[in-house]
Design a protein around this ligand. Structure first.
Ligand code: MF3
Ligand code: CO
Length: 252
């Protein structure tokens, strides 16, 4: 079932998203060579709790951490660990904030020191793909318009779009209807309505998009070992177009 949110519900999701996006802003300085992904997780959890909110991923379907910290070839759901980040790595930090029952969800990708030009381009293309998807998230458009915009752009740049994980509706729970694929056909799928709240979160790979699952049953990585980048925003379909709920200060 797709629920349409009231202005008031959307405002609380925006407040939740503000807590989340401020933490991403703080991570810009915190993430550097020599820290572990577990330190990132602790940093995020402490800040969520300091804002009197809840780290919504803990306990979600048995997941144990505040964040997913996915490094290099890991596509998503990387477990925070004692892995030390080194120059040339990229890390995707994905987490959800629950403020009074309103959940926001956003992932950002961080480079450690100097990275190779191909990976710089991967990050740029993935962020641009997110914005191109968001641009399509307006009343009257269809869900396929979002995926189509993302897929054609990414593939035109010679990169791959992950199929196994997709965006989703969001609200009082992390994953709601409808599913939002990052691939698809223009003019196909459900029509977008005012009051829908959803995530767009393309995962883009340097090589093939096919994934393999780690033995932990959660962490997905590219089969060919290529790097993967991801950027995610939560948004609401407003009367005048998309409203980004997790927008960061000085985002671009
Ligand atoms: N933040 C993830 C998303 O973008 C959800 C992670 S599910 C969890 O959909 F179990 F890992 F928390
Ligand atoms: Co997320």
């Amino acid at each position: 079932m797709i629920t349409l949110k009231s202005e008031r519900e959307i405002q609380t999701m925006k407040d939740s998203g503000k807590i989340l996006s401020d933490i991403h802003v703080a991570l810009r300085d915190f993430i550097k060579e020599g820290i572990t992904t577990k330190q990132i997780d602790q940093f995020v959890q402490e800040r969520i709790e300091a804002a009197d909110a809840v780290a919504a991923q803990i306990g979600y379907e048995g997941y144990q951490f505040a964040t997913c910290t996915s490094v290099n070839d890991e596509i998503c759901h990387g477990f925070p660990s004692n892995r030390v980040l080194k120059e040339g790595d990229i890390v995707k930090v994905d987490f959800c904030v629950d403020l009074n029952g309103a959940i926001s969800d956003s992932c950002w990708c961080y480079a450690i020191g100097e990275i190779i030009p191909e990976h710089e381009r991967l990050m740029e293309v993935t962020k641009e793909a997110l914005y191109r998807g968001i641009e399509q998230a307006k009343v009257g458009n269809r869900i396929g318009d979002i995926g189509h915009a993302i897929q054609t752009f990414v593939e035109g740049e010679g990169f791959g779009v992950v199929r196994d994980f997709i965006g989703h509706g969001i609200g009082p729970t992390i994953h709601e209807e409808p599913p939002i694929p990052h691939y698809g056909l223009k003019g196909k799928g459900l029509r977008l309505k005012e009051g829908m709240t959803l995530t767009i979160e393309p995962m883009v790979t340097t090589g093939d998009w096919k994934m393999k699952m780690d033995a932990n049953g959660w962490t997905a990585r590219t089969r060919d070992g290529g790097f993967c980048a991801q950027y995610e925003h939560s948004l609401a379909i407003g009367p005048e177009g998309p409203i980004i709920l997790t927008k960061q200060e000085n985002e671009i």
